[in-house]
Design a protein around this ligand. Structure first.
Ligand code: NAD
Ligand code: MG
Length: 393
């Protein structure tokens, strides 16, 4: 039996992960489940999967969960806060850790899993964007196996030869092609974009996701974060990563080789496919995803992304090219801007403005350790809050 800890189990990725695990109880046992403050959600998951540990990041929520489980679920210990999250991630009962907390809040737990040498199923792209080289070095130093859950990166991983870690050039790879749906406003005008509401931004045409990543998909910042994620995961430069808008979301990404071959991974847009792939790798596992019907798909379209309309993608390339602290600043400014947009404090087209002015305001520094990453994140958030407030004065 393989022990699996699911960080962020009540979210979109967490729920899909438990769906796959629930289909294979003979192979996997859930060791720990964690959430922020959704007591109802975590309580129901605990009753079904009976983990030894349940963690709520929020202290009051943890007290409430402990009260509810007391007596009826004696095998589940309830912990709270960052200490609880770190305990779940590094727990010796867990062989695999699904890192599916959203945003910078997931960095330390994901890193704890890496430092404990786990198989880490990485959904939390923000953690890697913020800490880049430090994260990859830690994985190597502690013998962790990093498997991408992001559908594009999982697709690229499936299209690369096993020896790709010795260098993409040696593997004959000339380019990584990341596909993007283009989001719900692919064909909107700039004027229409400025009037977009949080409800419209969160209604994605092909994927059902958490609110933060839904907004990121609508601004194309999600693709920008994914370009940075690809550079770290596959050891390549941003110039080698090209984004293709592919509205059907059937090809999840492609790898181009020097001999002219292009390998792609296709499937219905359902995150249970990459989740099942990473759980079973190097084997295969059924996921509950319907078989792809190419006759029904009928056609596959591609277009170049519009960087005028979606400046977030260009800002992400700029941050990766600048290196050092710039990707962490980009990520923090984006998290602040997206939260302000979801709170209706700023408009949709203000999001790239907050990110750009924050990047402009903060000099690029080398990142020495994780403390430095967290300090950069904190400072960039403060600057971004000022920039957001200035925009609406
Ligand atoms: P979500 O908002 O649906 O879920 C987030 C989870 O994290 C929840 O369980 C929540 O309780 C927990 N959480 C939130 N804030 C927390 C905090 N401060 N401390 C501890 N836990 C906290 O998000 P999601 O869509 O499942 O995305 C999760 C991650 O996976 C993100 O990094 C996202 O970019 C990535 N991802 C998601 C998808 C998708 O299809 N949803 C696809 C690719 C990558
Ligand atoms: Mg993705």
């Amino acid at each position: 039996m393989i022990g699996v800890c699911v960080l962020g189990s009540t979210g979109s990725i967490g729920v899909s992960t438990l769906d796959v695990l629930g289909q294979h109880p003979q192979h996997y046992r859930v060791t720990a489940l964690t959430a922020n403050r959704d007591v109802d959600g975590l309580e129901a998951q605990c009753r079904r999967f009976r983990p030894a540990l349940a963690v709520m990041a929020d202290q009051d929520a943890a007290l409430e969960l402990r009260r509810r489980l007391h007596g009826s679920l004696p095998g589940t210990q309830v912990s709270a806060g960052m200490d609880g999250l770190l305990e779940a991630a590094a727990d010796t009962n867990a062989d695999y850790v699904m890192a599916a907390i959203v945003g910078a809040a997931g960095l330390l737990p994901a890193l704890a899993a890496v430092e404990a040498g786990k198989r880490v199923l990485l959904a939390n792209k923000e953690a890697l964007v913020m800490s880049g080289q430090l994260f990859m070095d830690a994985a190597q130093r502690h013998g962790a196996t990093l498997l991408p859950i992001d559908s594009e990166h999982n697709a690229v991983f499936q299209c690369l030869p096993t020896g790709f870690r010795n260098g993409l050039e040696r593997a004959g790879v000339s380019r990584i092609l990341l596909t993007a749906s283009g989001g719900p406003f692919r064909d909107a005008t700039l004027e229409q974009l400025s009037a977009v509401t949080p409800e419209q931004a969160c209604a994605h045409p092909n994927w059902d996701m958490g609110r933060k990543i839904s907004v990121d998909s609508a601004t194309l910042m999600n693709k920008g974060l994914e370009v940075i994620e690809a550079c770290w995961l596959f050891g390549t430069a941003p110039e080698q990563v090209q984004v293709l808008v592919h509205p059907q979301s059937v090809i999840h990404s492609l790898v181009q080789y020097v001999d002219g071959s292009v390998l792609a991974q296709l499937g219905n847009p359902d995150m249970r496919t990459p989740i099942a792939h990473a759980l079973a790798w190097p084997h295969r596992l059924s996921s509950g995803v319907a078989e792809l019907d190419l006759f029904e798909v009928a056609r596959l379209d591609f277009q170049a992304p519009d960087l005028q309309k979606f400046p977030c993608l260009a800002l992400a390339y700029r941050a990766m090219q600048a290196g050092g602290s710039a990707p962490a600043v980009l990520n923090a400014a984006n998290e602040v801007a997206v939260a302000a947009f979801l709170d209706r404090r700023i408009g949709f087209t203000h999001i790239p403005q907050v990110v750009e002015t924050t990047l402009d305001a903060m000099p690029v520094a080398a990142m020495m350790d994780v403390k430095h990453v967290l300090e950069t994140d904190r400072r960039a958030r403060a600057v971004a809050e000022q920039k957001a407030a200035a925009l609406i004065e």
